[in-house]
Design a protein around this ligand. Structure first.
Ligand SMILES: CC(C)(COP(=O)(O)OP(=O)(O)OC[C@H]1O[C@@H](n2cnc3c(N)ncnc32)[C@H](O)[C@@H]1OP(=O)(O)O)[C@@H](O)C(=O)NCCC(=O)NCCS
Length: 226
């Protein structure tokens, strides 16, 4: 199979909504109004991955630019995305590409589609001279371990490669690091019980040494970031 990533178009909405149902059965999906709003506000930040032979949409990602100073690590997904509408997109003051969504069709997962979508995001951040990409990685495997591990201990074990988390393990492989663990990120998410890791990828063409210094950020892994 060969896939390509391109910017989302209105004609893709039905397929994107179908994809949401397949990836997240039984949970709220992107609405046409939200998808329209993304394209009206920041068309360059919205991507689909398509199967080159059939043209079928097999993955999508949605992003906006935010000024991180307007937010707190503990804010939830709804706040970071203005309830999924991206009306808080701030390309004038913002230096952070906020990765609001990424999903790949179940039958195409593990075949490199997610990596292609992230590559497109990284190229966008570099082209736009942004400092970084940040996101909340919901801890999809946490509910299985909740009786034995705190969310922090769970994340440590995922970072060490002792536990595979379907979302965070993928993002760590893409060069993200964990800055913080938060609760109440996506309240309806039974897999993560609402816990997420705030993760970051830095644009090496722009980042200063101080950006690599975790400073006052709380989630410290001894020796890991020195
Ligand atoms: C997370 C997700 C976007 C990753 O996309 P993907 O197309 O499956 O990822 P890729 O095929 O590009 O894989 C990237 C790396 O992760 C590994 N990986 C991904 N899924 C895996 C799985 N289920 N089992 C083992 N390894 C996996 C791949 O082996 C690859 O590592 P490699 O480069 O060393 O080979 C996708 O699995 C998905 O849609 N999940 C459900 C929705 C979701 O949780 N989105 C995130 C919201 S926070």
């Amino acid at each position: 199979m060969s896939y390509k990533v391109r910017c989302t178009q209105p004609a893709d909405f039905n397929e994107v909504i179908k994809l949401c149902h397949a990836v997240y059965p039984g949970t709220p999906v992107w609405t046409e109004d939200q998808l329209k709003s993304h394209l009206a506000i920041y068309p360059e930040g919205q991507f689909v991955a398509v199967d080159e032979s059939s043209g079928e949409v097999v993955g999508m990602s949605a992003s906006l630019i935010i000024n991180w100073d307007d937010y707190d690590f503990k804010d939830n997904w709804k706040y970071f995305t203005d309830a999924g509408l991206f009306t808080n997109h701030d390309p004038v003051n913002g230096r952070t590409l906020y990765a609001a969504e990424i999903m790949v069709a179940p039958e195409a997962q593990g075949t490199g589609v997610g990596s292609l979508l992230y590559e497109a995001r990284e190229n966008l951040a570099i082209k736009s001279n942004l400092l970084r990409i940040r996101a909340g990685a919901r801890l999809r495997g946490y509910s299985t371990y909740a009786d034995e591990l705190s969310p922090d201990d769970y994340v440590l074990r995922v970072i060490r490669g002792e536990i595979f988390d379907p979302t965070l393990s993928f993002q760590l492989k893409r060069g993200f690091r964990v800055l913080h663990i938060v609760s109440g990120y996506l309240s309806f998410d039974e897999e993560s019980l609402g816990y997420a890791a705030v993760i970051e990828w830095l644009n090496e063409k722009v980042a200063e040494p101080s950006h690599y210094n975790r400073g006052s950020i709380k989630f410290q892994i001894p020796g890991k970031w020195s």
